[in-house]
Design a protein around this ligand. Structure first.
Ligand code: SAH
Ligand code: SF4
Length: 441
């Protein structure tokens, strides 16, 4: 067995480097929490109700468990505390009792890099030793954290470096929300006391921000985009639960209006995303004809352009005030003609989509088969879309010197040759075709 995608959650896995696959027990995820060698349970990623259940299982009576869970939840997610000892409203004798049974984890930081343009990238590691990346992009008026949802990706968009990795596994709720918490740690942005929180809330509230506390209060981290490694709608349950903790006013308290989920177009999950978390949506369109999109975003063979646009027209919450972002990577002589731009306008108008188009200059990586369009071509494309009344800014690549720009994330140390990349794509395409051929569950 070589394909980790096909492994059951609690099956066996192979150890890279061994000629013969060596069966080793795969850790069983309890509550979606990666088990720890010391037997304690990591609370990060768990909702209040589950924390209360665990406290009750550990011996507290129901009422005490509920009260303690409420207090601990606030310390964990709202105040960013990592030690039970510092939880001042919990009895002194209770704190070691908690520490014996539970931990407050963070993904391990393997490496932190700082770009000359201020962008930061962290290489992170899960408790079972899988590496993934997180990027922070500061701007004049906002700071955006680019969060990963999977280690690797099942999809293989041809211009994306992550697409040259197999899916290793989905990130857990704790590993997803843990990225935001780690960023708050690194930026020193946890509220220090209840009165700080109140002040932040007062300073940050505007009429758009019903749940959120932090916006105009001078914080660096103001926005979250699910645009790191992986396809968030193929790990939707965990992404949803993590974002619920991020949006909860008693949790990380970031408004859903400041959260954007980017998808390559997994249609069945788009509706759930709207109904269950209603965050902003970004869609990786990248091409306007079946032929080109099938080639560069192969999930198009399963979920086509027109079907995708209809699902977006139905997305709850989409309006002129909350437009859907269409991401369009500019690939030389592939998808960048004036005719492509006009077809893009036609499609967006046909479905009456409240849209804005983000034109992303292609970020190169070793072995990529494409080149970036010329600045003149990008300008001409942008003008056509803009003149049709649709905003079409060209995104400035950020963090290119530390490989932190869009689509450059890939943690595997091994460099791949063009031939190896082609072989891998052929295998991933075969897996995808098998999936398309399989009857729907
Ligand atoms: N899987 C999700 C989110 C992660 S990718 C998705 O595909 O939407 C975030 C964005 O970066 C996507 O729009 C993706 O298509 C784009 N991207 C990927 N590789 C890129 C590259 N090399 N240059 C520019 N943009 C790229
Ligand atoms: Fe996966 Fe998104 Fe990259 Fe496509 S662009 S391979 S969906 S991470």
């Amino acid at each position: 067995m070589t394909d980790t995608n096909s492994l059951p959650a609690a099956g066996i896995m192979t150890i890279p480097g061994h000629d013969e696959p060596l069966p080793v027990p795969r850790p069983t995820l309890v509550d979606g929490v990666t088990p720890r060698a010391d037997g304690r349970t990591d609370l990060i990623g768990l909702p209040k109700k589950r924390i209360a259940e665990l406290f009750e299982d550990a011996g507290l009576d129901a009422k005490a468990a509920k009260l303690r869970a409420k207090q601990v939840y606030h310390w964990l997610y709202h105040r960013g505390m990592t030690e039970f000892e510092a939880m001042t409203d919990i009895a002194k004798t209770m704190r070691p009792w908690l520490a014996e049974r539970f931990v407050i984890g963070r993904p391990e930081i393997v490496e932190a890099q700082h770009s000359s343009d201020g962008t930061r990238k962290w290489l992170l590691r899960t408790a079972d030793n899988h590496d993934f990346e997180m990027v922070f992009i500061p701007d004049a008026d906002r700071g955006t954290l680019c969060v990963s949802s999977q280690v690797g990706c099942t999809l293989n968009c041809r211009f994306c470096h992550t697409g040259t990795m197999r899916l290793v596994r989905n990130l857990t709720v704790g590993e997803i929300v843990g990225q935001v918490m780690l960023a708050r740690d690194a930026l020193g942005e946890w509220p220090k006391s209840a009165s700080d929180t109140r002040l932040a809330t007062m300073a940050g509230l505007d009429e758009d921000e019903e749940e959120g506390s932090y916006s105009a209060d001078g914080r660096l981290l103001t926005n979250i985009v699910m645009m790191g490694m992986g396809e968030p709608l193929y790990n939707f349950d965990n992404v949803r639960d993590a974002l619920k903790l991020v949006m909860d006013g008693d949790g990380l308290a970031l408004s859903r209006r400041r959260i954007t989920l980017s998808t390559s177009g997994v249609i069945p999950q788009i509706e759930r995303c709207g109904k269950e978390i209603s965050v902003n949506l970004a869609v990786s369109l990248h091409a306007v004809t079946k032929q080109v999109r099938d080639e560069i975003v192969p999930i198009n063979k399963k979920y086509g352009i027109e079907e995708l646009l209809q699902a977006l027209a139905d997305y709850p919450g989409a309006s002129n005030a909350r437009r859907i972002t269409f991401e369009y990577v500019m690939l030389k002589d592939k998808n960048d003609s004036d005719e492509d731009a006009r077809e893009l306008v036609r499609l967006l108008k046909k479905y009456k989509l409240p849209a804005k188009v983000n034109l992303i200059p292609f970020n190169p990586w070793p072995g990529a088969a494409y080149e970036c369009s010329t600045p003149d071509r990008i300008r001409s494309f942008s003008n056509i879309v803009f003149e049709a009344g649709i905003s079409a800014p060209v995104r400035t690549p950020r963090g290119r010197d530390i490989d932190a720009a869009c689509g450059q994330l890939k943690t595997s140390a091994k460099k791949m040759s063009r031939a190896e990349i082609d072989r891998l794509y052929a295998e991933k395409d075969k897996d995808a075709e098998a999936e398309i051929a399989a009857p729907a569950p």
